[in-house]
Ligand binder design. Sequence first.
Ligand SMILES: Cc1ncc(COP(=O)(O)O)c(C=O)c1O
Length: 415
Amino acid sequence: MIIPRAKIQISCLDLGKTFLGLLNPLNDRQKCSPIVEKFASSFAAQFNREYGVAFCKARMGFYHTLKALDLEPGSEVMITPMHIADFINIIRLCGLKPVVVDLEPDSFHIDCEDLKQKITPKTKVLLLTYLYGYAMDMEKILEILDKNNITLLEDCSQALLTEDNGKPVGTFGKAAIFSLSLLKPVSTFNGGVVVTSDKELAAKLKEQAANQNSPAKIGVLVDLVKNVIFKVALSGLIFSKIVLPLLKKFSDYSDFFSKYQKTNKSVSLRQSLPSSFFTRFSDAQARLGIEMLKKYKSGELIRKKIGLSMYDKLESSSSIILPKIRREAENGFWLFPVLVENPEELKKHLLKQNIDSSPILLSLITSEEAFKHFEFSAPNADRTHSRVLFLPIYPQISVAASDVIIDSVIEYSPK
Ligand SMILES: Cc1ncc(COP(=O)(O)O)c(C=O)c1O
């Protein structure tokens, strides 16, 4: 059995329609586009939030939210260490100070002890990121934040169906951001949405969104083509006859697939944000988003079920460590990370059995040269980051395929 690492969820029909929509000169003529507003508010409604505002990227949703909060210069914004590096640049460029809070050992949950220790009178915001769809103990986190008057912003880019205590993530903080980039269950090639129930914040965000430049159509088209290439490369015959043999052949050198997928190829200390970050979300993307919103839930429910079943079957395996999960919560299982001393070795072992796993793409903020002067410290996350490998998981994966993956992982014995 041949098992690719991922599947693109956007249909060929939706790809084609979006392509034509991007070329249509009648689109994107209004600064406050009704179709973009419809998409963003439908997105917000999924999370019982009254307002949704779309931006060209989730990170820009974060940027505009920080701006709208109007914090005193030098205020501290806390963030966890496995992230998109630009989030650090955005905090800096808003005149604020980034503070990195560690994760728990062998886990993607924020470490509440480290959180408490790093709070100072200047701490004003925590951006809490639900990595891979894992739920966290919200009661505990909110208690710490409330006691210290800290605003919670949530990054739910990887957690569309995650809940804690019967409440969806994205509804615990003042606002939540969602990325719509490649492989996300609701993807519009690129883009991001901020959802909130705070009327004043929503009004400021809408004003910011309307003030952006016209959509960067070329950029969206490039990402659309990238999606098509992935879709083709991951499909049946092409994957088994061309891509898999190439991945096997070059397994000693590099995973060319993940290098191509990674959007943030190099990390720098930015002096300003690129002008392409100040563009609007396009009408064609909004139409695609509306279609994706109609479809994503059934697939994500399957993904969740497969994820939990894989977790149960692998829990007693001695060949790998599973990151801790909260059993009492609803975990989304957007990806399926396992921890192992030598991820490269496990990757090659799986490849021999035609299973295509993938490496971590998120940056480890603590180890980025560009941010060295901040002297961030997060030893647990450093250790976790060096040991992650992602097993394939997606709504289309069969039970038989997930059993093959599990057997192969159990068979693995580190050299
Ligand atoms: C957890 C998380 N946050 C933020 C982002 C950034 O999204 P964008 O590229 O839309 O800014 C991503 C993208 O993959 C993500 O996984």
